[in-house]
Ligand binder design. Structure first.
Ligand code: 5AD
Ligand code: FES
Length: 350
């Protein structure tokens, strides 16, 4: 698909045509990755962050949140729970927390691998190549780092560099892939100042990078961030080029991501479930997605990991999310995946 065709779908409003898009995405998903829905247990290990992203509630300047960092034993307890629930993977995510030292993470990875044998995914932000290598050697399998937007000027605006060091997530993604990680990325949908062409190029970049995993969700304004007020202006302005941060736009991106990267693992994300708690997860799974990420974070920390307000599953326990998602998967005639659920793209590459 070229940029024009993708923009055409992103701007499509005709319901019959959209049904066609959903069907094409769903068939492509079925043919390439099957009916299994893989579960990834998400552990939000720290909400400390040194960065100043314009969109994210964990940004360093937000003094209104209480900060936490989980202890290794607490994290291990979550990983053991993941195993008990039949998840094949744990995802450890945090803000860009420089107090999370590379040796600390490496030791943690080793313990999780030894005690549970689960696949380990890291989502710890932009880190040094040395650290990434060390984590790979310790047994980490996958790394997630969204590039957020392929529009360089927009990215620089919403993601100021840290000190002198320029920041190039696309180069880092290539490095991750080179190090042998199953590599995941994705974009935010409806950032103020994001055009339809920008978003189309994001989707084309998924294919160019040959991503193994693609996670996308609508941008949800957080009141304690600078971008939130811009969103009001962007929407009130009636700007025809601005991508809306809607549920529908998120499904279009999932469907198009599936069409350009047929073998990738694509989650139906929490941000979509936040916009539509009743049916969002299911719609995502029926429009191209094949993964969900149940939250394993202990309840006392969940509310503190508020990257955006109203985040789904903030009061539920790990047990509740496990049961909830199984039920949702079965309600649409799909099965819960067994095993690690590695990306088909990665398996064929290596
Ligand atoms: N709305 C939606 N998604 C957000 N993220 C961060 N802040 C927000 C927000 N306000 C997403 C980013 C990040 C991922 C972990 O969460 O895309 O990469
Ligand atoms: Fe957490 Fe449904 S996934 S309550």
């Amino acid at each position: 698909m070229n940029e024009q065709e993708i923009v055409g779908w992103l701007r499509e409003t005709d319901e019959t045509r959209l049904e066609e898009l959903w069907k094409r995405a769903d068939n492509t998903r079925k043919k390439n990755v099957g009916d299994a829905v893989h579960l990834r247990g998400l552990i939000e290990i720290s909400n400390h962050c040194t960065r100043s992203c314009g969109y994210c509630g964990l940004r360093a300047q937000n003094t209104k949140i209480e900060r936490y960092r989980m202890e290794p034993d607490e994290i291990l307890e979550c990983a053991n729970k993941a195993k008990e629930f039949g998840y094949g993977t744990v995802v450890m995510q945090s803000g860009e927390d420089l107090a999370i030292a590379s040796g600390w993470v490496a030791a943690l990875i080793r313990r999780i691998k030894e005690e549970t044998g689960l696949a380990v995914t890291l989502s710890l932000g932009e880190r040094e190549e040395q650290e990434l290598t060390r984590w790979k050697n310790a047994g980490a399998d996958r790394y997630l780092l969204r590039f957020e937007t392929s529009n360089r000027a927009l990215f620089d605006k919403i993601h100021p560099p840290l000190g002198e060091k320029p920041c190039d997530r696309i180069a880092l993604l290539k490095q991750l892939k080179h190090l042998g990680f199953e590599t995941g990325s994705g974009a935010l949908i409806g950032i103020p100042g994001q055009s339809y062409e920008d978003l189309a190029r994001d989707i084309m970049l998924f294919a160019e990078l040959g991503l193994d995993m693609i996670g996308c969700g609508p941008y949800i304004p957080h009141p304690e961030t600078p971008l939130a007020s811009e969103m009001e202006t962007a929407l009130a302005g009636g700007d025809e080029t601005q991508v809306p941060n809607t549920e529908l736009m998120a499904y279009k991106v999932i469907a198009l991501a599936r069409l350009v990267c047929p073998r990738a693992n694509i989650p139906s994300t929490t941000a979509i479930a936040t916009l539509n708690p009743a049916r969002g997860r299911e719609f995502g799974l029926e429009r191209g997605a094949n993964v969900v990420m149940p939250n394993l974070t202990p309840v006392k920390y969940r509310a503190l990991y508020e990257i955006y307000p109203g985040k789904a599953c903030i009061t539920e326990t790990a047990d509740a999310c496990a049961a909830c998602l199984r039920g949702r998967i079965e309600s649409i005639g799909r099965q819960v995946g067994t095993g690690r659920g590695d990306s088909m793209n990665y398996l064929l590459r290596s």
